[in-house]
Design a protein around this ligand. Structure first.
Ligand code: TRP
Ligand code: CA
Ligand code: ZN
Length: 322
């Protein structure tokens, strides 16, 4: 069933008042013997994603690039090492992972898909990020940031033993930088029926830009609204993402008729004076001056933007999947 704006239930006040631990404890309370059948479980508020954990993944991706010629690009050893790092964490956390190979430009690429067991597989909520960098640098903001953020969201699903009504799926795409090759390959591999089972695809490509903007994809209204709700609760203004619609891995999903959404903190466009006024940072400077450059290192990250966007991802997954 497609997502609809009215299906989004704002629970920001509850989320702010209750800790994730308290909610997990409450959810774990056993039923008294002989109790009447339980009503549908109350929806759990999304947990906070610890930004230090997201940054620890970025440190690992930086080390992988440094040890492999300075990049994590398609067809290079740093890409496969990045994939192995992410897969190892997911396997240890209880995800069902699958690696699919493809060839592009005469080199082998890989997608990694991780399914969280349970939930209705006819209603899949999916989050994805490209894991490849350009050859020029380590690609820590583009797109270690989205890769690390969804990895930590997935690990938090496991840590809290989240049992949503819908099925959760995470994906790390290869060869985005060659023209969304991995994600296109994945969508093309799905039957029409399997495509129709995906309620929504959320894309995270650059979510820790050093001079950040807070951009929400203006696509499926329900998916757009869930991110606006999160940022509204924080009191942080957002803008519609306009730095090139269809320039990332949501494009193949959208082309296949799957509802898409996502977040973006900006690439090589410059922050305007009005944007610096509301978001801070430096007017007249690119959101990411190191975009596609050797200086896109672990120093090229704004921790506040990475933290907010990571928490927004968890908020969206918890809202959309229950
Ligand atoms: N996809 C681009 C890259 O990886 C980055 C980018 C530019 C982007 N504009 C965008 C991503 C708009 C999402 C939305 O190099
Ligand atoms: Ca956080
Ligand atoms: Zn990117």
């Amino acid at each position: 069933m497609p997502l609809h704006p009215t299906s989004i239930r704002p629970r920001l006040a509850t989320a702010a008042l209750l800790t994730a631990a308290a909610l997990v404890a409450a959810g774990a309370t056993p039923l008294a013997a002989g109790a009447a059948p339980a009503p549908a479980a109350p929806a759990l508020a999304a947990p906070d994603i610890p930004v230090a954990s997201v940054k620890a993944h970025l440190t690992q991706l930086q080390s992988i690039a440094t040890a492999n010629g300075g990049n994590r690009a398609h067809g290079r050893p740093g890409y496969k090492a990045s994939l192995d790092y992410v897969k190892g964490k997911l396997d240890a956390a209880g995800f069902t992972t699958s690696v699919k190979q493809f060839t592009s430009g005469g080199r082998t690429g890989y997608n990694l898909v991780a399914d969280w067991p349970g939930g209705d597989t006819n209603q899949v909520v999916m989050a994805g990020a490209h894991l490849d960098s350009v050859t020029a640098g380590p690609g820590i903001n583009d797109n270690g940031s989205g890769s690390a953020a969804i990895l930590e969201a997935a690990l938090t699903v496991s840590r809290t033993q989240f049992k949503p009504a819908k099925h959760l799926r995470f994906a790390w795409w290869g060869a985005e930088e060659l023209g969304m090759v991995g994600s296109r390959n994945y969508v093309n591999s799905l039957s029409v029926t399997d495509r129709s089972r995906i309620d929504g695809y959320l894309n995270f490509d650059m979510v820790g830009s050093p001079n950040p903007g807070y951009f929400v994809y203006d696509d499926d209204p329900a998916l757009e609204q869930v991110f606006k709700d999160y940022y509204g609760g924080l009191g942080v203004p957002t803008e519609i993402e306009t730095e090139g619609d269809g320039r990332s891995d949501h494009a193949p999903f959208k082309s296949a008729g799957i509802p898409v959404g996502g977040l973006f903190s900006g690439a090589d466009y410059r922050k305007t004076a009005a944007q610096a006024q509301k978001w801070g940072g430096t007017a007249g400077k690119a959101f990411d001056a190191c975009y596609h450059s050797a200086c896109d290192t672990s120093a090229n990250i704004d921790t506040t933007a990475l933290d907010r966007n990571s928490d927004a991802i968890a908020y969206a997954l918890w809202e959309l999947a229950q």
